[in-house]
Design a protein around this ligand. Structure first.
Ligand SMILES: [Zn+2]
Ligand SMILES: [Zn+2]
Length: 262
């Protein structure tokens, strides 16, 4: 049984100490491929992510600017990022989006940058990875105007309600579940309640490592091997066998990101 981690940050310094061992644990857990998201805060970081994945068969880079960093994105950075995103080995644009929970950056600026990323993804014919937190109504408005029917959209690390999931799914977007689905307590219940509503062809799994380790590893540094804990619960909530979920989500990830490795 094999899985793909559709969103992780395993190129970052958090894994410098034990990257080989971490990747071995991932292999032992059946994680075959990794979408490595380069959007953590600078052009150098995005370039480093592309360099990390380059020439490695099972690693695929994306580039973008996280909404937390949107204020730092200046006019000299953006054209270089567009160039980097056009690299044939870059499989998606993002993560970009709206994060009104942390509110690290003015809302209008996040919105403008999000639209820029969507337009870039459309022009390149690559999917867009969206980070949306406490801003689902605003995101749905932007995505329905600018993205629906024009580009493949991935709502990564889904944190919304069943109503939000339904609206995203109706627009044909993919919805990716992270370790949050396993978190005990009331806050994660709407996320659990959303799983059954996402059509099979639109379902993805991710770790978002090093963040958001699933129960029972919650609080530790997250890593791709832990994806299986999230998968077990998602399969249960979806009412299917784990092996079936593995096959469905692997196929969805390969199709959406046009992955070429076997
Ligand atoms: Zn994110
Ligand atoms: Zn991320």
């Amino acid at each position: 049984m094999n899985f793909i981690d559709s969103h992780c940050h395993i190129d970052t310094a958090k894994f410098d100490e034990d990257r080989d061992a971490m990747l071995q644990r991932a292999a032992d857990a059946g994680i075959t491929d990794f979408i490595v998201v380069g959007a953590s805060g600078s052009l150098e970081q995005a370039r480093a992510t592309v360099a990390f994945a380059k020439g490695k068969e099972h690693f695929f880079a994306t580039v973008g600017v996280h909404p937390h960093e949107a204020e730092k994105l200046d006019d000299s950075w953006w054209p270089k990022l567009c160039e980097l995103a056009a690299d044939p080995e870059v499989v998606a644009v993002g993560e970009s989006g709206l994060d009104f929970f942390y509110d690290n950056c003015p809302k209008q600026l996040q919105t403008d940058r999000f639209v820029d990323h969507i337009k870039l993804a459309i022009s390149l014919g690559k999917p867009i990875i969206c980070h949306i937190r406490d801003a689902h109504d605003e995101a749905i408005a932007i995505l329905s105007e600018h993205a629906a029917g024009k580009v493949d959209v991935i709502i990564h690390c889904f944190t919304g309600t069943p109503a939000d999931a339904t609206r995203y799914a109706e627009m044909g977007f993919a919805i990716s579940f992270s370790g949050i689905v396993t978190f005990k307590g009331k806050a994660a219940q709407p996320v659990r309640d959303s799983v059954a509503l996402v059509p099979r062809g639109q379902l993805l799994l991710e770790t978002d490592a090093p963040f958001l380790a699933p129960v029972p590893m919650r609080g530790k540094r997250n890593e791709p091997a832990f994806l299986v804990e999230t998968a077990k619960l998602v399969a249960q909530l979806k009412g299917i066998e784990l092996a079936e979920l593995a096959e469905i989500t692997t196929n969805n990830t390969r199709r959406l990101f046009a992955l070429t490795s076997q």
